[in-house]
Write a protein that binds this ligand. Structure first.
Ligand code: SF4
Ligand code: SF4
Length: 689
């Protein structure tokens, strides 16, 4: 009788799970096609490292260990689930035939049951007693989390008691070794107690699991099912680059993303996979300075929109109950459906202003334990706002106009681009003979700030002088250089960005450029990682790695001591985007007398200066200014010099430090300026207060 009943329940539950899976997959198919089925080996490796190894979660040791205990526990407990199903389906069925492997399994199950239980208690504690901020959500979210934790607790507790009662109930297997069961045996030795306890707990265990699997697709914890697939299908790119829009594509009428059907299926899967852990939001510079932008909510709201709209798009009816004033249920459904269809993702689900507060710093993407890609989604949404709806902050219009007319976001003439070279002896490619071009070591890509910004022109000159001292054969493009397209691209104006990229790519290819050095991490990232998509491939080095190499080769010698305390601020586009943390620090370590101190948030956890993603050209009106937050952190180290390696960081940190230290005790300097001073002697470079 037990087995017949179980067969019925099991088949019904399995049908429910399969129906839900089919339903969810049909929602994903609403999104655009994207090939994430290649490179199986690399994808499996990602699953082993990120999903099974929990590598990202381990960045937070305590919380990571707790989550890992629950996750690994579930993997081990999967064998117990399989055994319970076999026991239910087949009279006398079990896994005892595995022999010694069964002994290992049963020991691990007891150990992991305890670890999972500890994890559940700890998770309750963090959510309801210590009230960890990033775990707090709305009431519905709290209820859902409580239910899920309670279900997990029930699953492991019932398994422990079932196993403890096996011996007394005469259901124990010869190869089983159960340390916790042994401890509890004495309480459950009497068959008159053990048998009913065993049966009750066995049913509780298996019914909770089947119920849990059927509830998950409706829960906010759908990630339990989708995390591993999402990691498997995650990006394989080791660099952070934006996808190119092919404007030539036949039939392409919409650019960017205005609703869920414009996202790819993988971006919709990201929404289904969010664990609501809040790690992304906790590191977001915009959110932590009081702005509306909340990367977790962008992902969650995309999921909400998917669950609202996709059922209509795949022909399912929205659920409804007959309400007052509705003539029929069909009327109500009709009105609910048109309400959903009349809404928009941007505006009704995701606040438009939030999209313009992102600095594209990539902190959210890096922290996400399930490899969700927030930044490409934000830029896709911006693309639609800019190219389809012409809806963007008014202050970026002048930047777009300047880029279009002057090839730089600032209001300077293109003909003045190389004016900084006056008196330096720096020459352009155009002025070089064929032989000189062939014998060049490197092309110096100066960038817009390096060409026009008064403060950063000093860095440009310092770096050029260092190259001269080291005997590097270099040239610049001069007036042939144009903005790389990075600001326009991040601000969503892909069309404008591509026109610049194509012009630059043609120039670089015409000169057959093989190696580029630049002092701007934004130019560096774009030239290195994105120009390849436009047929321009070359080696690209940031000036920090370039100078560090000259120092290592002995072509530059830093002999003059500098009695300063310095803290280095990581640029997001050099650090998180391209994993370059060591070269700037190594340069500073080369300077005798310098004391180097780190800010609390450094390297991969460095806090953005607030300028990336086009923020440099937008007003920051809400909350605290990001550069003030970062400058306070820099000043808290007691450093006399804040070192930077990026023109945007230089501007933002300069403004921030000046506002907090108007007397100018602390200065902001580029690492190249510091090395030049150490090479030439104090006073060689002007110190900008
Ligand atoms: S990229 Fe940075 S600013 Fe943008 S949402 Fe992510 S953490 Fe926030
Ligand atoms: S997007 Fe990733 S980091 Fe952010 S809440 Fe979801 S799972 Fe956590």
């Amino acid at each position: 009788m037990k087995h017949i009943l179980f067969w019925v329940i099991f088949l019904a539950a399995s049908a429910g799970i399969l129906w839900n899976l089919r339903r969810l997959i049909s929602y994903l198919q609403v999104g655009k096609k994207e090939n994430r089925f290649d490179h199986i080996g690399e994808r499996v490796k990602n699953v082993l490292v990120v999903a099974i190894g929990q590598s990202k979660l381990m960045r937070e040791p305590i919380a990571g260990a707790i989550h890992a205990a629950i996750f690994w526990g579930f993997l081990v407990l999967l064998a117990a689930v399989i055994e319970s199903v076999i026991e239910g389906l087949i009279p006398g069925g079990n896994l005892n035939w595995l022999g010694p492997v069964y002994s290992v399994l049963t020991i691990s199950q007891d150990v992991f049951c305890v670890l999972v239980l500890t994890g559940v208690v700890w998770a309750f504690w963090r959510r309801y007693v210590t009230k960890v901020k990033r775990l707090q959500g709305d009431n519905e979210e709290k209820k859902d989390a409580t239910l899920i934790l309670a279900l997990i607790g029930t699953i492991v507790t019932s398994l422990l008691i079932t196993n403890a009662a096996r011996f007394g109930a005469g259901e124990e297997y010869s190869w089983a070794v159960r340390p916790i069961g042994m401890l509890l045996h004495p309480l459950l030795e009497n068959p008159s107690v053990a048998i009913p306890v065993f049966e009750a707990m066995w049913w509780l265990h298996i019914l909770t699991i089947l119920g849990f699997m059927n509830y998950l697709p409706y829960s906010k914890h759908l990630h339990v099912m989708t995390s591993i697939p999402n990691v498997y299908f995650g990006t394989l790119s080791t660099v952070n680059k934006l996808e190119k829009i092919d404007f030539e594509e036949e039939g392409l009428e919409k650019f960017g993303v205005s609703d869920i059907e414009d996202f790819t299926w993988k971006q919709l899967l990201d929404g289904m996979t969010c664990t609501h852990c809040g790690r992304c939001t906790s590191v977001c510079p915009a959110n932590s300075t009081g702005k509306v932008l909340d990367p977790k909510q962008i992902i969650i709201q995309t999921h909400h929109r998917t669950m609202d709209k996709a059922p209509l798009m795949v022909g399912e009816k929205a659920p409804a109950t007959l309400g007052e004033g509705a003539a029929t249920n069909a009327d109500l459904i009709e009105s609910q459906n048109s309400d959903i269809l009349s809404k928009t993702l941007i505006g009704d689900y995701i606040p438009t202003e939030a999209l313009w507060q992102c600095t594209t710093c990539m902190a959210c993407v890096q922290e996400c334990p399930v490899m969700i890609e927030h930044v490409p989604a934000i830029v896709d949404l911006r693309r639609s706002l800019v190219m389809m709806q012409a809806e963007f902050p008014a202050e970026i219009q002048p930047a777009f106009n300047n880029i279009e007319n002057n090839f730089t976001p600032w209001a300077f003439s293109a003909s003045e681009r190389a004016d900084w070279t006056e008196g330096t002896g720096v020459k352009t490619m155009e002025e070089a003979t064929e032989e000189e071009r062939d014998n060049l070591d490197v092309l110096f890509w100066v960038g817009c700030a390096g060409s026009y910004d008064d403060r950063y022109k000093k860095v440009t000159k310092a770096f050029a002088e260092l190259m001269d001292i080291a005997g590097v054969r270099f040239r610049i493009l001069g007036t042939e250089e144009k903005c790389t397209g990075d600001p326009a691209r991040r601000m969503g104006n892909e069309y404008l960005a591509q026109s610049l990229i194509q012009m630059n790519a043609e120039t670089l290819n015409a000169y057959n450029v093989k190696k580029i050095v630049t002092s701007c991490p934004h130019c560096f990232n774009t030239l290195l990682n994105e120009y390849g998509d436009f047929g321009a491939k070359f080696e690209v080095v940031h000036h920090t790695a370039f100078i560090d190499n000259l120092l290592k080769e002995g072509r530059l010698k830093t002999l003059t001591p500098m009695q300063e305390k310095v803290t280095y601020h990581d640029s997001c586009y050099l650090g998180r985007y391209n994993n370059q943390y060591e070269a700037p620090r190594a340069m500073l370590e080369n300077i005798p007398g310098l004391e180097i101190v780190e800010m609390d948030r450094n390297k991969s956890r460095g806090f953005c200066c607030g300028a990336g993603g086009g923020q440099m050209f937008m007003e920051e009106t809400e909350g605290k200014r990001v550069n003030i937050e970062r400058s306070e952190e820099a000043l808290a180290t007691g450093a006399s010099v804040v070192a930077t390696a990026c023109p945007f960081c230089m501007t933002m940190m300069n403004d921030g430090v000046k506002s907090k230290d108007p007397e100018g005790h602390v200065v902001v300097r580029d690492v190249a300026e510091m090395v030049l001073e150490a090479v030439k002697g104090r006073g060689a470079e002007p110190v900008e207060a």
